[in-house]
Design a protein around this ligand. Structure first.
Ligand code: ADP
Ligand code: AMP
Length: 213
C-alpha cells in the first residue's frame, strides 16, 4: 500500500506510523526523522535552525530527499509517508514523482486532534536519542522511566517541542498543511480518524478501514 499520514504536529502520526508499518510491512518514511538524522552534516545544521524556529524546510529540498528515498528497493511494494507532504507544492510534486514511478496513492490517513490536546501532547513528548521512538510521560510512558523500550537508549525532549515553537508549528500547519485535507478529499483519497482515542484503538480503526477499502 502507498499511504500518507496527515495531521497537525503532535497528532500521533509517528506513533501510528510505527504500528502501521509493522502491520502492513511497508517502510515508514518520516521527513522529520530524516532531517534529525542528518544533524551532524552541514545541511543538517542549516535545516535544524529552520526546524527549531517552528518553520517548514523549503519545498525543493524536502521533495528531493523524499524522491531519493522512494527510489530505494524497499519502497517497491509500498510506503507510509509521515509528515510529507506538508504544503500544496510538495503534494503536486509528489504526484509527479509517483506518475514517473507508475505508482498511485491508495489512501491518505488524516488524524484529527484539537489544538489543546496537541499542546499537552507536545509538552509531555519524549523521544529516543537512538531510534527516535516517541513516548509521552503520561499517556504513553516507556516501561523504564527515561529509557527507550525498543533500543534502551536515553529519552530526551525535542528542541522544537518548546511551547513557543509548538505555537509556531501549529500556525505553519494551519497556513500551509491543512489545505492538503481538501486537496486529497477532492481526489477521493482521504480517510478521517479521531486521533484523540487510545493509540492501539486508533491503529485498529485505521487497519479496519484500510482493509475494507
Ligand atoms: P507526530 O508524529 O504527529 O508529531 P507523535 O506520534 O510523536 O506525533 O505523538 C505526539 C505525542 O503524543 C507523543 O508524546 C506520543 O507518545 C503521544 N501520543 C500519540 N498518540 C497518542 C494517543 N492516541 N493518545 C495519547 N497520546 C498519544
Ligand atoms: P516532524 O518530525 O514531522 O514533527 O517534523 C519536524 C520538523 O521538520 C517540522 O516542524 C519542519 O520544520 C520539518 N519538516 C518535516 N517534514 C517537512 C516537510 N514535509 N516540509 C517541510 N518541513 C518539514
Amino acid at each position: 500500500m502507498r499511504l500518507i499520514l496527515l495531521g497537525a504536529p503532535g497528532a500521533g502520526k509517528g506513533t501510528q506510523a510505527v504500528n502501521l508499518s509493522k502491520r502492513l510491512n511497508i517502510p515508514h518514511i518520516s521527513t522529520g526523522d530524516i532531517f534529525r538524522a542528518n544533524e551532524g552534516t552541514e545541511l543538517g545544521r542549516k535545516v535544524k535552525q529552520i526546524i527549531d524556529q517552528g518553520m517548514l524546510v523549503p519545498d525543493d529540498l524536502t521533495v528531493s530527499i523524499v524522491k531519493d528515498r522512494l527510489k530505494k528497493d524497499d519502497c517497491k511494494n509500498g510506503f507510509l509517508l509521515d509528515g510529507f507532504p506538508r504544503t500544496i507544492p510538495q503534494a503536486v510534486q509528489l504526484d509527479e514523482v509517483l506518475r514517473e514511478m507508475g505508482a498511485e496513492l491508495d489512501a491518505v490517513i488524516n488524524l484529527n486532534v484539537p489544538d489543546e490536546v496537541i499542546v499537552r501532547r507536545m509538552a509531555g513528548r519524549r523521544v529516543c536519542k537512538g531510534c527516535g521512538m516517541s513516548y509521552h510521560i503520561v499517556s504513553n510512558p516507556p516501561k523504564s522511566e527515561g529509557l527507550c523500550d525498543v533500543c534502551g537508549e536515553e529519552l530526551k525532549i525535542r528542541d522544537d517541542d518548546k511551547e513557543q515553537t509548538v505555537l509556531e508549528r501549529l500556525k505553519a500547519y494551519y497556513e500551509k498543511t491543512e489545505p492538503l485535507v481538501e486537496y486529497y478529499e477532492k481526489k477521493g483519497l482521504l480517510l478521517h480518524f479521531d486521533g484523540t482515542k487510545d493509540i492501539t484503538e486508533t491503529t485498529e480503526e485505521i487497519m479496519d478501514k484500510l482493509l475494507k477499502e
